[in-house]
Structures are given as C-alpha cells and as structure tokens.
Design a protein around this ligand. Structure first.
Ligand code: HSE
Length: 312
C-alpha cells in the first residue's frame, strides 16, 4: 500500500563568502534538492529512487549516501534505528558545482525524516546530523554549506566542532549572481590543493576582511562590504582550477559587483550586488566570458534566502 509522504526542499548555498573559509555561508532561493520520505512496512531506512543526476551516480546504500547517512544518524539518535522509511532523492542541482549540493541533500534528508516523525527536534537541533551527512562527501566537518541550507540566511560559524552558529543580518535588496561553469570539481580535490601554511601577514589581512564584511553586512555599509569581500588565502590557490577565473572576476567587478570570488570549493563563482538589476547585469557579464571561452554555464540570480529548508 502506498503511504502519503513528506516532501522537503533544501536550497543551494554559497560557502566561504570570500574571506570566511569554512566559517561563513549563505543560502540561495534556487536551485536546491528535494527529498520525499514515507513510512514503509519494510524495516529500515531505504533509498528507493534518485533522479536528476544526468549521467552521474550517487550511492543507494544509506551509509554511503549523504542524505541517507544523515537521516540514519538522526533515526539512531531518536531510538528509531530500524524504522521502516522509504526515501526518494530528487537532485535539482549539480554536484561538484560549489553550490553545496551534498549539503542540500543531507539537510533535506534529516528535515524530511524529522517532519515524518512529527518534528521531534527543532531545525537547529538537526544541524549536527546534517553536518555528519555532508562529511560523507568530503571527509571534513564544516557547516558553512549545511547551516545556511538548513536555517537560511547568512550564517557565521564561530567554531565548527561545537557548531557555534550565528545569523548575520544582511542589507535589504542584497542580491547574489552566481555562475556555474560546467567544470566538475569535487570538494575533497579542491581541499587537497590547499597549503596548510598561512603567514601572519595573510592572517591579519584575512581577519580584517572577515570582520569588515560582518560589520558591513550588519550595518548595511555597502562600501565596507565591497572593500572586505576579498579572499587572499584560498582563492589564489584554487583559481587555477577554474579556467578564466580572473577574467570572469574582472568582468563582474566592472559590471558593478561589490565583490566576486569562488563559491565554496568551486567551480561556481559568486558575486554580491546592491540590487537585482545590478546582479542581472553582472551575471550576464560573467557569462559572456565563459561563453567566449566556450565553457557551458548557468546563471543563478537570488536574494539571500532567509528561510532555508522547507516543506513543499
Ligand atoms: N568551505 C568548504 C571549502 C566549502 O571551501 O572547501 C565546500 O564544501
């Protein structure tokens, strides 16, 4: 017998936001992933369907799948380890894109199961389970995609191990233009190119920018945001993975973006803009460069999504 289910949408996210490597991220309105769960008479959590992968593969084994792993950890925590639940994963966004695809799946997975069980935990309480799910994808414990996808907004993570997360207010009208060039970069590969050495001078500059960005966002000081939206540590190391990165960045800044950097581990490139009109112009200018270099790409224009994951 088919049982009625719960459907959850979890949005894409931009992690790092230039100067906040692993500790800052924001949610977009779209794209995102959808997960449907329903009770089943067969015991245990089972992934029964995965759609939208366009030739790529994701595991059906619960313990190897970000959404499945996260949901199973939640079920274990709730003393429901063997509860019969079927899960369908509908990928509405590419993975390896720098838009937090695995995080969105992990978030949608835990939120859907929590809703199915009549919401025993709050959204905030779901965060550790979703982060564990994302860890399956890249072997690192960081919430800069998961937290904004779950909670919405611009989220600062003071400390990842304890998930000390805080929402930062953003100026009205702030828009992101994000271009996804169809180059695949896995987060674990983009992390492996990073040096673990940072000089004192770099640390001072990056901390200054992060502080400036947070103050700029909180006080709606667009000039301060613009001056601060710079990454002098990670971007120079990863830019070489994205063909034409500096040309795209230059085009974005010329078109009026407040700043431009790599979204998460890349290859997507994000900008923040003072309004939607500027964001559209900036997005088109970035696309022109990729088009000229014959790299297929997609543009997403979005406000900062304040809702995060939701029932749909
Ligand atoms: N902070 C992470 C990184 C985000 O840049 O590697 C991608 O998961």
């Amino acid at each position: 017998m088919m049982k009625s289910g719960i459907k959850v949408f979890a949005p894409a996210t931009v992690a790092n936001v230039a100067c906040g490597f692993d500790i800052l991220g924001f949610a977009l309105d779209k794209p995102g992933d959808e997960i449907i769960v329903r009770f089943s008479d067969t015991p245990n959590l089972r992934i029964t369907r995965i759609t939208g992968l366009k030739g790529m593969k994701l595991p059906y084994e619960v313990e190897k799948n970000t959404a499945g792993f996260a949901a199973q950890r939640l079920l274990d925590h709730l003393g429901e380890s063997n509860r019969g639940i079927e899960m369908e994963i509908h990928k509405k966004m590419p993975f390896g894109s720098g838009l937090g695809s695995s995080a969105a799946s992990a978030v949608a997975g835990v939120m859907a199961v929590n809703e199915l069980l009549r919401r025993p935990l709050t959204k905030r309480e779901l965060l550790p389970f979703a982060v564990l799910g994302e860890q399956v994808a890249d072997n690192a414990y960081h919430a800069d995609n998961v937290a904004p996808s779950l909670l919405g907004g611009m989220i600062f993570i003071r400390d990842n191990p304890t998930l000390d997360v805080h929402r930062i207010p953003v100026p009205n009208g702030l828009y992101a233009a994000v271009v996804y060039p169809h180059i695949k970069i896995l987060t674990k590969d983009a992390r492996s190119v990073l040096s673990d050495q940072v000089t004192l001078k770099q640390s001072i500059t990056q901390s200054g920018n992060l502080g400036g960005l947070i103050i700029g966002l909180t006080t709606a000081n667009l000039d301060l945001i613009s001056r601060s939206l710079q990454d002098i540590i990670i971007e120079p190391q990863r830019a070489k993975l994205i063909h034409g990165f500096y040309e795209v960045k230059e085009a974005a800044l010329q078109a009026g973006a407040m700043g431009c950097s790599i979204s998460g581990a890349g290859p997507s490139i994000f900008t923040l803009c003072a309004n939607s009109l500027i964001a559209e112009n900036v997005g088109k200018a970035m696309q022109l460069v990729f088009n000229k270099n014959k790299i297929h790409n997609q543009l997403f224009i979005s406000r900062i999504n304040q809702e995060g994951a939701e029932l749909c």
